[in-house]
Ligand binder design. Sequence first.
Ligand SMILES: [Zn+2]
Length: 498
Amino acid sequence: MPTLRDVATLAGVSVATVSNVVNDARRVLPATRARVEEAMAQLNYAPARGVAAVNAASLTGGEHTRPTTSSFVTGIHAESASGNIPAPPVYTVATAAEPGTPAKAARMLLRLLRAAQPISRVELARRLGVNRSTVTDIFKPLIASGLVREESGSSTERVLGRPPVALSFNADHDFFAGVNIGIRRVQVGLGTLGGEVVNEDDFDTPADPAEALALVRECITRLCAVDEGRALRVIGVSVSGMTDGGRTRIVYAPHLAWHDVAVADALRFNPLGGSAAPDEEAVPVVVENDATAAAIYEARLRLRDTDMNQMENFVLVRSGTGIGVGLVLGGEVYRGAGRGEGLAGEFGHMTIVAGGKSCVCGNRGCWEQYASASSAASLYAGDRMQTNGAARPRYVEIVARAEAGELRARRTLERVGEYLGIGIGNVIMGLGVPRVILSGRVVLGWKFIHEPLRKAVGQSMAGRAGGWSVEPGEPRGAGLGGALEVAAEGFLTSGFYV
Ligand SMILES: [Zn+2]
C-alpha cells in the first residue's frame, strides 16, 4: 500500500506538504497541490484524513527540485513560495520513522554532529558504530548544499598523515526561534545550528493565550529584524501541558488554565520574520511539552561526551511549578500512541497521597503537589497558616536558607527529595527505564534533595533491583534551550512524523 512518503517522493515535496494537501490545509500553492494530487492519483493513494495530520516540519520556502540523489539524505532547493527570500538554500533531510534503518542512523549522525561539532568523520563513525562510508554518503549532499561545512585542522584528534577534517553545521544562513511559555515568564530566542543563541527577550506571561501569542509574534518579528542575513526555518514552542498529536496546538496547560490553543495558526511567519500571507506556506511551528523539550535539550548536552547508547533510553523529570516527564525510548522521543499521542509523561498528576492536597487538575494528592519546586513553599509553611502575613518563600529562597544552615529549610528540601524519589521509583518501575535525569528549578537544591531521593528510589522494587541512576540536569537552561532544540530537531528531521 502506498504511504504518504511514497506520494511525497513521487511529487518531489516534503511529507508535511503532502499532509497539508491531504488535510486540506490552505497553505499549499495551487501548483504544488496539483502535483501532489496527481501523485496520489498515480499511486492510487487513499489518504486517511486526520491520521495523516503531520505537523508542517517541512522546510519549504526556497526553490524546489525533485530529490536527485540515491542517498536518503538529500539537500534540495525548494520551490519559492514567498518571493524575495535570501539566497540560502533550503535543505530537506528525508528520514523514515522505523528505528534500526539507515534513516535512523542519519538522524543520529545529525544529532551527534550538532552535539559534538566540530567532529571528524572518523570520530562520528566510531561513536555511532557505523562505517565511515555511511558517514560520507550522508554528509556529501549536505556539504554540497552548504548546510554542513568542513574545516581542516580544527579537530584535536590525532591522525597520522594529513590533518583530520572536522565537520560542523554552517550557522550563516539559518536560524530558529525558540519560545518557552513559562507559567510566570515567556522567553523568546533565536538560535543557530551551531548552538549559539543570537538574540533573546522575555516578558511576563499574560493570562490570556491570545494576548500571550500576540506578544510572542511581536517579539519574534523584533528579534528577526536584527539579523537580516539569516532566514527563519522553524519555530519551536515549549509549554508545560499537553499538545495535540500534530504538535500545532496546546490541548491543555493546567497551570496556565489554557485549553485548546491553536499556536501554529497564531504564529504564521515567512522566513524573513514577517507575517506569512494567507495563501503562503508559513515557517513550520512545532509545539512540544516542556519536559519533552528539556529531554531533547539534555540529550544534546550529554551527547557531546556520552556514548550514543547511553542516551537511547532515559526519563527526564522536570520539576518546577509542576512536574512533567519526558521520555526518550529507543533514541526517539515518545509522546504516546493513537488518541493518546501527546499525553505520555503526565506523571505529575499521578496520585501519590490518597485524599491528599487538591491539585489544579481537579484530582487530589498528585505527585506535583509534593515534589515540585513550588510545593516546597507549602511544605515549608507546614499545615498551619502563616500568621505573620509574610509571603511564602520561593524555592530559591528556601535553598538559600538551607545553605545558610536553617534546619526547617533543609528538612523541607529533604521531604521534597523523598517525594521525588517515591515518584521516580514508580516511574522507573512503570516504564522499565532505569536512567533518570532531573531537570528544572528543583535541581538548585540538589545538594539537599539527592540523598533522600536516592534512598526513596532504593526502597522501591525497581530500586532494590539495582542498575538505576538519577542525575541532576539543568536547573534553568532547558526552558528556552529546550524550545530552540525542538526547532532545530524539527529542522534536522524534516519529514519526520510528529
Ligand atoms: Zn494533578
